[in-house]
Write a protein that binds this ligand. Sequence first.
Ligand SMILES: Nc1ncnc2c1ncn2[C@@H]1O[C@H](COP(=O)(O)OP(=O)(O)OP(=O)(O)O)[C@@H](O)[C@H]1O
Length: 245
Amino acid sequence: MSAALRFEASSLARNFRGGAGVHGIDLDVAAGEIHALVGLNGAGKTTIMRLLLGMLRPDAGAVRVCGVEVGRADAATWSRVGQLVEHPLAYAELTGRANLEVAARLHGLDRAQGGAAVDRAIEEFDLGRYAGVRASRLSLGNRQRVGIAGALLHEPEAIVLDEPTNGLDPAGVIVLRESLLRRAAAGAGILVSSHHLDEVARVADRITVVNDGRVIGSLDPGGFDLERAFFALVHGDDETRRAAA
Ligand SMILES: Nc1ncnc2c1ncn2[C@@H]1O[C@H](COP(=O)(O)OP(=O)(O)OP(=O)(O)O)[C@@H](O)[C@H]1O
């Protein structure tokens, strides 16, 4: 396996009761790229991300994180990973800054490194006005900014963000976009899911389409009318499965 792959999944499967799940997932995220996952609600994006991060055990297949088999990844490997899947990290009773300080410690930074990283994160995500506000009093979007800032403040090389634009205002979307582009340019490998095809097209090097628990194709980020191309893939896949049933 190439050392330049931040995540590598092969033949991944996870079945849930009731028939849902993901199957036959081959996916990688290279150093320096932004790889987007798109799909309808329930397609399997979050499940794939949780499998890549070792938050769910696969029924079949293998995952490597920064070249290390996910089940063997130790604290040093996880300190190279930044992720926000589902709820933003935010202890309701702590201020925005205190939440970021907790995140820094959890990522293995010492007090001095952590303090500097928290200052940078507050500036990068324009959280200065909210740093002293308790998370419980923050708006949804500012809580999301704190969550993203906490996930990224240790400058991880391998990043997974599940619908990070959720709740963000247009300024927040731009801050996030610039942050991701800067990190990819510095060598991070980033997997990001989104429902916003226009935004995805602005940042992604590769766009993978997931439908009904499988990877069904890819979209060209520079292509014309991504929405039409997306629905053509999804509807085509639905038809094929219906015909085979
Ligand atoms: N722990 C679980 N137990 C049972 N079913 C689950 C579990 N987690 C996910 N599923 C099911 O697996 C399928 C894929 O869900 P997943 O959350 O991965 O989709 P998604 O693409 O992230 O959707 P969305 O865009 O709505 O966030 C869905 O049918 C979901 O209901």
